[in-house]
Design a protein around this ligand. Structure first.
Ligand SMILES: [Zn+2]
Length: 102
């Protein structure tokens, strides 16, 4: 199911890296949690903008669900452009979200 999410402004300074043992970056964190490995040399469709992007250029982007009570932070793999669009709203597949704290 697709849901509305919002890019969290300032997440990189509040939460620059996953906790020890959870991956060296947020993309790796997402891979560890979901069990899906992002091939650096394969093309992916960015769920945020629909652009084709190589796996090596995919970022673990911090988002929050909007229009609901859930105030948790989630990671979604998206392109750098989307990762940098602060406060941007993304309508994306809920299955792509993995919680930052669980
Ligand atoms: Zn994108």
């Amino acid at each position: 199911m697709n849901i509305f999410t919002k890019n969290i402004n300032g997440s990189s300074s509040i939460s620059p890296k996953p906790k020890a043992g959870n991956g060296s970056c947020w993309r790796e964190f997402w891979e560890k949690r979901t069990g899906h490995i992002i091939n650096p040399f394969a093309l992916y469709i960015c769920p945020g903008c629909g652009d084709n992007v190589y796996g090596k250029d995919v970022f673990g982007c911090h988002v929050k669900k909007i229009g609901c009570q859930d105030d948790s932070w989630y990671i979604v793999p998206m392109c750098q452009k989307c990762n940098n669009k602060h406060d941007q709203v993304f309508y994306i597949d809920e299955n792509l979200l993995t919680p930052v704290n669980d």
